[in-house]
Design a protein around this ligand. Structure first.
Ligand SMILES: *Cc1c(COP(=O)(O)O)cnc(C)c1O
Length: 398
């Protein structure tokens, strides 16, 4: 199929749920992607915070190839070495006590919600309420879209499961007003990603934790986007001095192979008994081999330190753009390599223009340019980004 055939086939055959851009991607190398015409793109999206070791990273490719030739899949009814290793590595890096592997972020959050409900309802059958934040994003399954505090994701999919409530993100008073002794868990992103890269104030998560302790409420932190070292620490919440009861991961965990995980402290270790949860594919040998390679790379390539240093430089350079184009850019915010640039207008035209210039970026929440590149990028890649933005942005000032 040539490029046009591919696009036409997709339009005829595939559910049109994605507002796709008109390029067909073919392969990648490091922080670069190439389309079917051989055009190079600098990748500041990384498959939406997924390709944390970049594209075609040799140790990841090798781990996947070797595992594929050995055993791609076997049932979770049996033990495998790669799964035991992945769980041990993840525990060591995260400081959590128990691990379960799923296949996606939504599934990880589903599992986290199940774990929280089982734990809390054993104490009181009415302790079912899950409170999440407005502008949050937790996934597309029925329970996780319900937990997602954005009306647009709910429309048409009712009846939604009961027991979900929402509060403005960052507002401890609003949260305090919602919590009762029927509250099971508070579910929050440590930094909101899809909602527009919103960072809470320094004390917010600590206050949330105190509230949780007071009312015997579980704290679930969704680190699916901000976790895996992206903000400079393994989890973003570590920069806010809290310890959640449950954490969820996915996106970057296996560098692009589908995976998700929820982790808990020992407090919840005995909640799930045999048969309470499961997955056919979750944590299969292929995904775990990939996760092992990524978790190893985080240490050997010092990806967290790199995210801190290069992220700081990225934030500085983008802040210069804000001074240069004050009528277009109203805010630049981020931690490590998770950065958002708030615009005074919708960003889709800018994203398209950047694509023409060989740069892949993303716009979320309509007006926020989001930068979530591989954690392997260098300052030179930041300079390349800024060069393109300096070329593109002035032509979008009204
Ligand atoms: C992407 C994302 C999810 C959903 O992950 P999927 O793998 O698409 O199901 C959940 N929470 C957050 C914070 C995310 O960024």
């Amino acid at each position: 199929m040539n490029t046009t055939d591919i696009i036409n086939h997709d339009k005829q055959d595939y559910f049109p749920v994605f507002a796709r851009y008109d390029i067909v991607l073919d392969h990648g190398e490091g922080p670069y992607l190439y389309d079917t015409n051989g055009k190079q793109y600098l990748d500041y999206l990384a498959g939406i915070a997924v390709n944390i070791v970049g594209h075609n990273y040799p140790p990841l490719v090798k781990a996947i190839a070797e595992q594929a030739s050995k055993m791609i899949h076997c049932s979770n009814l049996y033990y495998t070495e790669v799964q035991a290793q992945a769980a041990a590595k993840l525990k060591a890096l995260s400081g959590m006590d128990k691990v379960f592997f799923a296949n996606s972020g939504a599934e990880a959050n589903e599992g986290a919600i199940k774990l929280a409900r089982k734990y809390a309802t054993a104490k009181d059958p009415e302790k079912i309420q899950i409170i999440s934040a407005l502008h949050s994003f937790h996934g597309r399954t029925i329970a996780t879209l319900t937990a997602t505090g954005q009306e647009k994701y709910h429309q048409g999919f009712g009846p939604l499961p009961a027991g979900f409530d929402y509060v403005p993100y960052g507002d401890i008073n609003a949260l305090t007003a919602k919590v009762t002794d029927k509250t099971c868990a508070i579910l929050l992103e440590a930094i909101q990603g899809e909602g527009g890269v919103h960072i809470p104030s320094a004390n917010y998560l600590k206050e949330v934790k105190t509230l949780c302790e007071k009312y015997d409420v579980l704290l679930i932190i969704d680190e699916i986007q901000a976790g895996m070292g992206r903000t400079g620490t393994f989890f973003a919440y570590q920069q806010f001095g809290i310890q959640p009861d449950i954490v969820t991961l996915a996106k970057g965990l296996a560098g692009g192979v589908p995976i998700g995980a929820f982790l808990s402290t020992n407090k919840l270790a005995h909640t799930f008994k045999a048969g309470d949860h499961g997955s056919t594919f979750g944590g299969n040998p292929l995904a775990c081999a990939a996760a092992n390679a990524v978790l190893t790379a985080i240490e050997t390539e010092q990806l967290m330190a790199n995210a801190t240093t290069v992220g700081k430089y990225l934030l500085e350079q983008l802040s210069h753009l804000k001074t240069q184009y004050p009528t277009l850019i109203t805010d630049v915010r981020g931690k490590g390599l998770m950065v958002g640039v708030e615009l005074t207008k919708p960003g889709r035209d800018i994203v398209n223009h950047c694509l023409q210039k060989g740069l892949i970026i993303n716009c979320t929440a309509n007006t926020v340019l989001r930068f979530v590149p591989p954690l392997t990028i260098t300052k030179e890649h930041v300079d390349q980004l800024i060069t393109v933005l300096n070329d593109v942005l002035p032509t979008h000032i009204d």
